[in-house]
Design a protein around this ligand. Sequence first.
Ligand code: ZN
Length: 355
Amino acid sequence: MFPAALAALLCPSCAAPFDARPPAGGTHGAPPEPATPGEVPEPAALSGQALVCREGHSFDRARQGYINLLTGAGTAFVPDTAAMVAARDEFLQAGHYQPLAEAIAARAAAGLQPEGLPPEGPRPEGPRPEGLVVDAGTGTGYYLRALLDRAPAATASIGLDLSKFALRRAARTNPDTLNLVWDLWRPLPLAAACADVILVVFAPRNPAEFARILRPGGTLLVVTPLPGHLAEIAIGVGLLGIQADKQEMLVASLAGSFLLAQEEDVNYTLRLDHADVARLALMGPAGHHVAADAVAARVQSLPEVSEVSASFRISAFTPVPVPPVAARRRPGQEPRSVSGRANGRPPGPPAASGT
Ligand SMILES: [Zn+2]
């Protein structure tokens, strides 16, 4: 699974692939040799504890199993802290969001059916693992794990997150996933049209890059909380409020690149004790602004067990079809209207300097 996912990866410094095959005249992006059945080869690109691109840029693989592609690039955003990640992991492992995870997995499994690919649509160019799921903002890997367990057609997976604390856990939960430290606001280090499903659970959205890496007929799954989510305890424990027009903003933010195909709401009641509520308050964005002892004091005013609404929406989007004129262009021609969409490279490689 891990070598398969490597075929979709592009070096953030030079946009070269990581397949370790020597450059052959003009066949940039030739697919790697198929593995012998039953044998999982260690690709030469993954030499020792580093991932090395065709041009020689090297990225360290952490002892815990994730790879930091953001080396030297810096970011304007604050990654989730160790305490936030620990709170989230404990909360999720208690099973409170399992119904959501199962609904996401079922929706993703539907998106991985081969009939999702339109028969007359443009074909992806370059290397492309079959059944690739890209989890944008994978966190501790909890939702991706549920998806991989329930969707056998997901044969390769990539998890992106800004927090190395989150990726340590993700790498343990999903050892066959290519877990990468990356900033979702930057051009993604992935080939055009490589992904069958993109999963975005409570994470930042990069519509232009999602449109570039999703294959024609693929599925973008975005999970957002609905306004009633956690309403009973939100004010009492200082959770950030949920905007009433969040769904309209979501659809508007993706307009032009994606069409809303389906929506599914997931509503149920959580039974949360004080420790659960404290973890909830610390695990999300509010965790950047509150102290654990302040949260612990606030939850004392709640009943021993609170009944709390869980309310989510899973929105499935499909890419806006590329106009036929762009689909029929000759190799080497630039697409007319969708910049960077079909040339296999991120538009304008970021100034990352993997050394
Ligand atoms: Zn490179």
